[in-house]
Design a protein around this ligand. Sequence first.
Ligand code: CMP
Length: 289
Amino acid sequence: MPAAATPAGAGLPRFPIFSDLSREAFVALTGAMALRRVGEGEVVLREGDTGTSFYVAATGRLAVSKRDDRGEAVVLARLGEGDFFGEMALLSGAPRAATVIAEEPSELLEFRAEALLEIARTHPHLAASLRRFYRQRLLANAMAVSPIFRPFPRGDRKLIMERFRAREVAEGETVVREGEPSDGLYVVLDGAVEVVKRKDGGAVVVGQLREGDLFGEMSCLRKAPASASVVVRRGGTLLKLPRRDFDELVVSYPQILELVAELSEERSENLDAILSGHAQWTEDGLVLI
Ligand code: CMP
């Protein structure tokens, strides 16, 4: 076959995320890049770890998974040639949101965080594109792992999600105050919150919640003041379902009522156990004493 029949670059992987970069910017970026080969079954990055790199897949196939509130791994996506990952921890400073495992031998372009952040700073299109993906992935993940969305088919998950409003929160902010009425049901989209309860003139931590977890369900359900306070430990975004919308939603989706009632009962028991000194909240969760 004559050489001219093969267009220049044919057979090379395509990287849509870099398509807006000038040739110079792309060349500058490749200087900060390493080629990493991973074998089948190899973990590229693990949920909860600190993120220092960003990856683009040149070849192969990878599975992205995340633990749900029961500790079970849920597959969120499969990535292949041209797809990128590892941007979430770099953009938010939060731990890795998911685990990425190679499902077949794969070749990855690995970029140090600083190189990616520098190029994003000077290329607003690239930064906007990364942020858009970040947001979409956050929402997709909440829908896949949160007990309030998980039981439903895709279409219903979206309809339920649309009833929520996003609320940005900063570290140290009190979202729900013990003894006061709470204004709705919340889902942690991004960030981390701590549940604290007054005890003997002080305060004890009775729970720590992360992406996908719910709170405010007890007071919504019982129409009673909040049984504990919820304080933001790592700033981020919460999804809020105002009380009135909660009441309407459970008419269309009675399973939500069931789920919230179960969760509420379980948490009530845990609260009693902690307050009576039979259990303690630790970094690893609730521990019976
Ligand atoms: P990071 O949190 O740094 O590390 C895990 C990565 O998995 C995350 O960045 C995303 O790049 C990727 N990821 C998380 N959720 C999804 C998703 N729903 N679809 C595709 N990729 C995802």
